[in-house]
Design a protein around this ligand. Structure first.
Ligand SMILES: Cc1cc2nc3c(=O)[nH]c(=O)nc-3n(C[C@H](O)[C@H](O)[C@H](O)COP(=O)(O)OP(=O)(O)OC[C@H]3O[C@@H](n4cnc5c(N)ncnc54)[C@H](O)[C@@H]3O)c2cc1C
Length: 385
């Protein structure tokens, strides 16, 4: 039986970053992924992320950021957030004294950069394709893979996504609240330059975001109730471009669809706890948030970094020591709860159809826009930290 200090199950962005960060501490680590990620293509990936500067610094430390093609990265310098009745909040990196608010990149390219860094790491075994078939928890986790091989570890990290089969296997219940919405994503060529501006519109029950891509291109995330979202997905290329252009007041002139639209179900996921002895959740397995703040994967990188810091200071304790994992869970509670409350609260504030709610939410956005220190705080808490 092969023995490791840590086994990470799930080789998505968060699992790969976690395995890499832990192996860099000198811990013998295995990363299990059941299917190989598709290789990046020349066409623009529909799955894109707004990576905040905190996550960027972490990815640089892991040696993954340096492997990205700079020509496929786009800095976000400004963000225009508009309410459904004239409210406007404008966040600006220059005004707030930061170099950029975020960097937009493609999922498959970041996945490949992380995987390349992982494969170059001597203490990290990347096992792919490899899927877990069973876990015996006592006294330390013993994992059986589908090919019958067995691994033993001090700590099993479940980074196996929002539906996390391992979370259920570990007996950790999760409250899953579907927003009954789909996030519809697609990339467009645009007539006018975006100058590094991200746009977001709260349109009653839906939230439309345009994130800048290099050149005259942008990536859309339109979070909408299921029925209108399905309608968007059924439109042909020209009709979808026209609809998106109109919904955004033609801010970037006329649009042309570059990649077919895809839809993702949106859920708020809150597990009752994130660890048990020898076991911890990370990434979407540990928390699901509405994508309106574009922070899901950033929260996951925060999990990876925090776990590495706690394990670096473990002294003689085993990696799966419940006291260590409790320390990690305490550190993650506040940032995760803050992000879930903010995105959930904003979603409900803008979806509310009660009298007076419109004036309150639009007035609130415009008021925030007048308050320099509040805006700087918002940038530091929501986008950077
Ligand atoms: C429409 C939309 C837009 C979004 N936009 C943004 C954004 O702009 N910025 C942002 O930060 N976040 C965004 N998010 C959130 C982001 O996509 C997720 O937070 C992130 O992908 C989670 O990564 P993960 O590694 O935790 O999970 P996943 O990406 O789900 O990876 C889990 C991995 O585990 C593997 N796996 C599962 N079970 C097993 C098993 N038994 N054995 C081995 N492997 C297994 C799977 O194959 C998979 O590779 C968005 C989400 C949506 C829906």
């Amino acid at each position: 039986m092969k023995r490791y200090a840590v086994v990470v199950a799930g080789g998505g962005l968060v699992g790969t970053a976690t395995a890499l960060a832990l192996a860099r501490l000198g811990l013998a680590t295995a990363l299990l992924e059941r299917r190989a990620a598709p290789l990046p293509e020349a066409a623009w990936d529909t799955r894109i992320y707004a990576i905040n500067p905190g996550s960027q610094a972490f990815l640089e430390k892991l040696g993954a950021w340096q492997r990205l093609d700079a020509a496929r990265l786009q800095a976000v310098y400004r963000m225009d957030v508009r309410g459904d009745a004239g409210g406007l909040l404008r966040l600006d990196s220059y005004e707030s004294g930061v170099e950029r608010l975020a960097t937009i990149l493609e999922s498959a390219r970041l996945q490949q950069a992380l995987l390349d860094a992982a494969q170059a790491e001597p203490l990290l075994d990347v096992l792919c394709p490899a899927a877990l078939a069973g876990v015996d928890w006592q006294p330390a986790p013993v994992l059986t893979l589908e090919d019958g091989s067995e691994l033993q570890c001090e700590l099993l990290v479940a980074a196996d996504g929002a539906d996390s089969p391992l979370r259920a296997r570990a007996g950790i219940a999760a409250s899953i609240t579907p927003y009954r919405q789909l996030g519809v994503v697609a990339n467009f060529a645009c007539e006018r330059p975006h100058r590094g501006t991200a746009f977001q519109w709260f349109l009653g029950e839906s939230v439309l975001a345009w994130l800048p891509l290099p050149g005259r291109r942008m990536s859309m995330v339109w979070s909408a109730p299921e029925a209108p979202a399905e309608e968007l997905l059924a439109l042909d290329a020209a009709a979808l471009a026209q609809r998106v252009q109109e919904a955004g007041g033609a801010r970037l002139g006329s649009l042309e669809l570059l990649t077919p639209a895809a839809g993702f179900p949106l859920r708020l996921i809150r597990p009752e706890k994130i660890f048990r002895p020898g076991f911890v959740l990370a990434g979407d397995a540990a928390h699901g948030v509405h994508p309106l703040a574009g922070q899901g994967v950033n929260l996951g990188f925060g999990d990876a970094e925090a776990l590495a810091e706690v394990l670096a200071a473990r002294g003689r304790a085993a990696c799966g020591d419940p006291l260590l994992l409790a320390r990690h869970a305490r550190r993650r509670r506040e940032p995760v709860a803050a992000m879930q409350s903010m995105t959930h609260g904003l979603y409900h504030l803008f979806a509310a159809q009660i009298p007076g709610a419109g004036a309150l939410r639009n007035g609130g956005l415009s008021l925030m826009n007048q308050l320099g220190p509040v805006k700087s705080q918002l940038i530091h808490h929501a986008l950077i930290s």
